[in-house]
Design a protein around this ligand. Sequence first.
Ligand code: DX5
Ligand code: ZN
Length: 215
Amino acid sequence: MNKFLVAPSILSADFSKLGDEIIAIEKAGADWIHIDVMDGHFVPNLTFGAPVVQSIRKVTNLPFDVHLMIDQPERYVDDFVQAGADYLTIHVEATKAPEDVLRKIGQQGVKPGITLRPGTAVSELFPFLPLTDLVLIMTVEPGFGGQSFMKDQLEKISLLRKEMERIGHSSLIEVDGGINQETASLCYEADVLVAGSFVFKQDYQTAIHQLKQKG
Ligand code: DX5
Ligand code: ZN
């Protein structure tokens, strides 16, 4: 792919007019909508649940890229599937049985994704790659928008590419956290970029257009 797909994170949107914000980022060229679900346990912050996802499903047909930062995500898979998720990504640290959860997601026709905290080795994901359509590399500690990009996580993208080649299974690679025009260029081996504050703090179309360019 010679351009990045861009998935603005609505965590940085104005929640008082969330529907309008989503329509605006769609018009501005967003490819996916990134939805950060936090439970106050897995991460020290609370956001929204399946009812909000279901409600915003009405305003756009763009793929919903749901990033679950919740403990035991198996408890909520059905809710997010029914709410209209297209990609459903779980943290490898959040469940005892990532394999079962990924299968459960896939069986319901939704694309399974897996991700990890910056402190977790990327090799922890390797056993589950064949069950995924998406692998998300976190370049900040999950929990909050507006943090600085952790360059030391970049190596994980190359290691992941190599492993995918070795096993003959390729999932989309997405990067999330601290993405701006400069840090995006460091992620050339990835396919999808998530960006919250960079998009929502300026003209949406300019920001999304800048992020899409590779190299
Ligand atoms: C962090 C979230 C990110 C966040 C990105 O826990 O997973 O998706 O919204 O925000 P920025 O782009 O501001 O780092
Ligand atoms: Zn996210």
